[in-house]
Design a protein around this ligand. Sequence first.
Ligand code: DOR
Length: 430
Amino acid sequence: MKILIKNGRVVDPSQNLDKVCDLLVEDGKIVALDENLSVEGAEVYDATDKVVTPGLIDMHTHLREPGLEAKEDIVSGTKAAAAGGITTVACMPNTKPVIDSAVLVSGVKQQAEQESYANVEVIGAISKGEKGEELAEMGDMAARGALGFSDDGHYVKSSRLFLLAARYIKAFDKPLLCHAIDPELGEEGYMHEGTVSARIGVPGIPYISEDIAVARDCIIAEYTGAHVHICHVASKGAVDIIRQAQKKGVNVTCEVAVQHLTLTDEACADYNPATRVSPPLRSMDHVEAMRQAVLDGTVSCIVTDHAPHAPEEKDVEFRNAPNGFCGLETSVGVVLTDLYHTGIFDLNTVITKMSCEPAKVFKLDAGTLAVGSKADITILDLNKEWTVDSSKFYTRGKFTPYEGKACKGKAVATILGGKFVMKEGEVLCK
Ligand code: DOR
């Protein structure tokens, strides 16, 4: 099977490439990248005025399988990824049961191989049942292909256990992906503590709950030399602690979620349950600090933290709503609208943080259009105008704080392993 993508603006920061040319895909691989290619028997895709990039990677997705299929499953979640131009997702282990054993890692991987519309990398749990008491069998999970380990949704409160985990994973060179928020400081809050929480009368969570947790995790990264990756960092203090640690040579990386680059706590002012998330939406000074941290290189990955919930769980009053909302189908559109078209990020930065750098940090066979590499490709229309309408989403967890948002820029085609899985927003049958 051959696909010839004609006349696209190929933007591939992994090769320092930004030029109009053609790209030929054959048998799942990129076989040529040049001007005026012509090949017999190839499906031709006219990418004139479109941008051709390495397939987007989301390092923080909740696919909810096993056990929480009312929220999402591998098929619905990866269809949402394909619709959003995302070719690789890393799925978090806070499922039911928690993915904390080798057999569960293999099970999710096998299921994904059979039925998914994106590459699925599996993150195993750090502690059994994500309870923070006993280490999970990370060695066995690593042997079955777990990409890294996380108790996402929970902070590993015990420093003793976290130190043990950091020492253990060094034996097989895998990262710990940390949900670094001190739960005790957030126990009584529902949103970011600040002027908005005071005004609307909702108890807040102080942002230092993140700073304190991140500081400990960086200290343990420094002490052990283990690779610690801080998930969804959203506080200006936390990101500065990471920056200082990186300057000292500590093996710490981090990611930021789209919502923490584009929304503030003002979005919570009408008590919309779709705006409840952990970490919470913060004030503009934090949002600006996160943007700066992307630009200065402190942040390696822009992620979705796609956290779908069933409508009956999420469509309740603000205080009772679970944290999280969907993100796979809005991420690149929102980033292009609010960060690229406004001149805050250039296209190179967007593609670097949504594809090349995640691939590099997590040693994925992805994030590049170099000849010989796997043909995971996203085609973007930077000027396509569209409105966020969750009724059209593939995800089951349709709540989004971006509902009704007017966007400019969208993924218009997704190629996975040399085959189209999405064209013009429609996910194609496999
Ligand atoms: O808002 C969130 N939802 N943050 C998390 O860290 C967990 C996630 C979930 O699993 O629903």
